[in-house]
Structure formats: structure tokens, C-alpha cells
Design a protein around this ligand. Structure first.
Ligand code: ARG
Length: 520
């Protein structure tokens, strides 16, 4: 990578400074503060000194080589070295059994999968884990409801049962006690409770797997919360033995510095979400010795994760933990998705996206329509920093001109159609040809692709890459508007630039989990 080469050079010369890309193109490719002597670094063409900065220009042949490395996939070998020998666990998606797959889980799935892909291309040993919400007191309520009103065979049906339980419990308080009893039975391995629970899991997984298939998402592991039950007594005992927990009003609690205490065992003996997360950490450390664990879970669980990480640290199960804490999805009319709004059915969103995509994809080609629709919905989740709330605005999501997946897919298809019109299969231009002003703007932007993949990983933000792809597409379309390509004396160079643009959009979108179309 060009940036790495310059940084290494600066380090060797003991120059401590930050390398940046000037925001204005006429100020060169890189800027460093101060008067820096670049003699001895042969990739640099010239240095301009402006307003306390040294502006560096990279040699054209170096830029061309970088672009060629992208075309022939050589760049992947370089990226792969970055994370070599390191292991990361990316926990994402994690929907809840017997509840519909909501737009919050969709967000976790999309961002989590993109991060997984980013770490993978950076050479990390990457492990995905879907921490299914398949345990907790709600299952006691669920079983009670099923016992009274009968089993359902869809997630929607199960959700209705759960809602009915709460409505009826408002007037009939005994239901709450019954729910608690059924959960105790479930935790103690009662055969009937266990059987009903398993049915709920099967119904839900069937639906989740349908969603994953639709989204083209595959998660390596799905150790749900239930998987950790057998480890809980040991976890609780460890905290007791190390005097890290104490009894308070019948419950066992852990006091973590500067945070409210967390319960590892309830007064009625029920286990908690918190304890299951601690067991998960212990298990992951023993199984994978991760260097990093990323949790892609909504920001409403920030306190929970602070407590979990702090407690893990207290007990000596420390690791490099990151909770991404994605923001809410807000509808364009201003309403936030509430707990209730969060159950907006994913299938409704996909259906509407498919309907709108029909106008964009080649007619009657269901596969292409799906690529546009799913791509648009995914990109909406990925295009802004995960921590930010995002607005769901159908017009923008499906726009062919704006900051959207269809816009990138459309630019890709445009590149492909240009290449197809050209007779130059291998765009060989002569060694001594110079790229003109318009061409150079593109050429100077290609190598930044790799930097952005690295940065997206460092900042846990696929948006870094998404934004770069949009900028590249804008630059290409501007170039396309100004310069004729096929049949011109510059054809070879321009087809080369078109091919590199297409390659970056395709690879970049693929990292984001989005497919391209050859025609649009
Ligand atoms: N199932 C949870 C929910 O939907 C998310 C799980 C988050 N991961 C964790 N390790 N606690 O709220």
C-alpha cells in the first residue's frame, strides 16, 4: 500500500506526523505537516510546500501499478497480511426465538456481516457467531400461554400469544406466577417444558433461515444462550469463590466499579442474560483465544455490555471487547421505531423493495430484482456510521442517483456496458502515454480503496467503505459525462480506468454483502 510505504519511510526517518489526503486535489495525493525531505522514497514524484505542509505527489507509474494490482486481485494478498495470526469473533444478528426478525436485527445482521467480511479480507481468522435469544423468563410466559391457548406454528402466531399473555396478565396476576413456575421447570429440565420450548425454537429457526437465505447471509455458528446453561453454575461459583459477588435481597449480585450492580442469579433461582453473557465469554476464550470480540448489538444494550465487560475483567476473563451499539432506525415521518415498531416485519420491507426494484432491474428477471431490492435495503443500513440513528426513506433507499446501492449497481452496469462496446479486450496503453487531467482524477483515487478497507476495520464502520464507493462512482460518472471513450485515441487508457472502477465497485459491494448486475 502506498500509504504504508510513506509511513514506513517517515518512521525510519524518525518523523512523527500524520499522513492525510488533502481535501483539494490540487494539493497533491498526501500531505504531512512540516518541511519533510522525501528524497530516497522513489514512489514520490514531487513535493510542494504550502502553508506549513509538505504536499506529496505520487508517480503516475506507481498509481498505474496500484490500479493493476486491483484488477488482478494482487491487492488482496497485501491486505491479507494485516491481520495474519489474529483471531476476531464477530457476534451479530442474534434475533430472539418466538419473536419476529425486526429491523433492529436486520441492522445487526447487515453491519455484522460486512464487518465479518472486512476482517476476513484483512486476513484475520474470523469467527461469526449468532447469539440467538433462545432463553429467558419470557419462555415461561410463552409456555403458560401455549398451555392455555394452544400451540401456534408461525412466529407471528407465537408473538400474538405473547402479547395476549401480557394483556390478560394485567387483570389476572396469577399468570405471572405461572410463567415464573414454568420457567423454573424449563431451567430444571422438565420434559414437557423442554418439548414446547424446542418447538418454538424450530418454528423460529425456520423463519430466520428463510430470512438469511433471502439476504444471502451465512453465519458460522449459532450458539444460542441456551447452549451456555450447563456452564452457569461454574460461572456463578467462580464469582462467589473470588468474593466478587454478594447476596442481596436473596439474589446474587456483582458490583462493578462505577456501574449499577448486575444480577448473576435471581432471588427465585432463575439465571440471567448477564450470566449467560459471562459464560459466553469464558467459552469463547477457551475455544478460540480471540484477540478481539465484536458485539454488533443495538445501542440500547450499552449498559448491559459495560457491565458484562467490567465483570469479565474482574474475574480475569478479559479480552479486547467492542460493542458497536448501532443506532435506531427512524421513519422519514420522524417517528422512532419503538419496541413495538421494531417488530415491523422484514418481509413487508423486502416486498416493498422488490416492488420498487421492478422498475430498475431488467424486466421479469426475478434474480436481478432481488439483487437491487436486497442491496438497497442493506446499503441503507451500511451507508452511515453504525452508531448513528438512520432514517428509512424509501425514495432515498431506492434512488438511482443518490447515496444508494442502486446508484452503485447502476454505475457498475454502465462501466460494463462501456467495456462491452469497446473492441479492446485487454486495455494495453503504451508505457509513455500520459493520463490527461480528467483521467488522472480517477487514477489518483483507486489506490485509496485499500486504505478505506483498513480504516473501515479499524473504525468498525462499513460506512467508511460505502462512502468511498459512492465518491468513486461520482467521480466516474463525472468523467463519463466529460470524456468520450469508445473510438477515441484515448480508448485504451479510458477502458482501463473503466475496468478498474468496475472492479472496485464489484469487490467493494461484495465486501458489504451486496451483489452487482451486469445490466441495469
Ligand atoms: N437477542 C438479543 C436481543 O435481541 C441480542 C443478543 C446480543 N448479544 C449478547 N451477547 N447479549 O436483544
Amino acid at each position: 500500500m502506498i500509504k504504508t510505504k510513506i509511513n514506513d519511510f517517515l518512521k525510519k526517518k524518525n518523523i512523527e506526523t500524520k499522513l492525510e489526503h488533502p481535501s483539494v486535489e490540487k494539493f497533491g495525493d498526501f500531505a504531512v505537516r512540516g518541511d519533510v525531505d522525501m528524497s530516497g522514497l522513489d514512489i514520490v514524484e514531487k513535493v510542494d510546500r504550502v502553508a506549513g505542509f509538505s504536499n506529496l505527489w505520487i508517480k503516475e507509474n506507481v498509481l498505474i501499478d496500484e490500479a493493476k494490482n486491483i484488477l488482478n486481485d494482487e491487492y488482496k494478498n497485501e491486505l491479507e497480511n494485516i491481520g495474519k495470526g489474529k483471531t476476531v469473533i464477530v457476534e451479530y444478528s442474534s434475533p430472539n426465538i418466538a419473536k419476529p426478525f425486526g429491523i433492529g436485527h436486520l441492522r445487526s445482521t447487515n453491519i455484522g456481516q460486512a464487518l465479518y467480511n472486512i476482517y476476513k479480507i484483512l486476513g484475520w481468522n474470523t469467527i461469526g457467531d449468532n447469539h440467538l435469544g433462545d432463553w429467558g423468563t419470557q419462555f415461561g410466559k410463552m409456555i403458560t400461554a401455549i398451555k392455555y391457548w394452544g400451540m401456534e406454528n408461525t412466529i407471528e402466531g407465537l408473538e400474538k400469544l405473547y402479547v395476549r399473555f401480557h394483556t390478560e396478565a394485567e387483570t389476572d396476576k396469577t399468570l405471572i406466577d405461572e410463567g415464573r413456575e414454568w420457567f423454573a421447570k424449563l431451567e430444571n429440565g422438565d420434559v414437557e417444558a423442554r418439548k414446547i420450548w424446542q418447538e418454538c425454537v424450530d418454528i423460529s429457526l425456520k423463519e430466520f433461515n428463510r430470512v438469511y437465505e433471502l439476504l444471502g447471509v451465512k453465519i458460522d455458528n449459532a450458539y444460542g444462550e441456551e447452549f451456555y446453561l450447563k456452564m452457569l453454575p461454574e460461572v456463578i461459583q467462580t464469582f462467589k469463590d473470588k468474593k466478587l459477588s454478594k447476596t442481596s435481597e436473596g439474589a446474587e449480585i456483582v458490583e462493578v466499579p462505577d456501574l449499577p450492580p448486575a444480577m448473576i442469579l435471581k432471588s427465585d433461582g432463575a439465571t440471567t442474560y448477564f450470566t449467560r453473557d459471562l459464560a459466553t465469554i469464558k467459552f469463547r476464550k477457551e475455544k478460540w483465544s480471540p484477540d478481539l470480540i465484536i458485539y454488533e448489538v443495538g445501542s440500547e444494550q450499552t449498559l448491559h455490555f459495560k457491565q458484562v465487560f467490567a465483570a469479565a475483567k474482574l474475574v480475569g476473563w478479559d479480552a479486547n471487547f467492542v460493542h458497536i451499539g448501532h443506532g435506531l432506525i427512524r421513519w422519514k415521518d420522524g417517528k422512532f421505531s419503538t419496541r413495538k415498531g421494531d417488530t415491523i416485519h422484514l418481509s413487508d420491507i423486502i416486498d416493498k423493495a422488490m416492488e420498487m426494484a421492478k422498475k430498475m432491474a431488467p424486466e421479469n428477471d426475478v434474480e436481478s430484482i432481488k439483487k437491487v431490492a436486497i442491496g438497497a435495503v442493506k446499503f441503507n443500513d451500511l451507508a452511515s456510521d453504525p452508531k448513528k440513528d438512520i432514517i428509512f426513506d424509501w425514495e432515498r433507499v431506492m434512488s438511482m442517483e443518490g447515496n444508494s446501492a442502486p446508484y452503485l449497481q447502476y454505475t457498475y452496469a454502465r462501466c460494463k456496458s462501456v467495456i462491452q462496446k469497446s473492441k479492446l479486450q485487454t486495455p494495453n496503453f503504451k508505457q509513455d502515454e500520459k493520463f490527461d487531467e480528467n483521467e488522472k482524477q480517477l487514477l489518483r483515487y483507486f489506490y485509496i480503496f485499500e486504505e478505506k478497507i483498513v480504516e473501515a476495520g479499524e473504525r468498525y464502520s462499513p460506512a467508511v467503505l460505502a462512502e468511498y464507493l459512492l465518491n468513486l462512482a461520482r467521480k466516474y460518472n463525472e468523467f463519463y459525462g466529460k470524456c468520450r471513450i469508445v473510438g477515441e485515441p484515448e480508448e485504451a487508457r479510458r477502458i482501463f480506468l473503466t475496468s478498474v472502477t468496475a472492479k472496485i465497485i464489484k469487490d467493494g459491494l461484495s465486501i458489504l454483502g451486496i451483489e452487482t448486475l451486469e445490466k441495469m
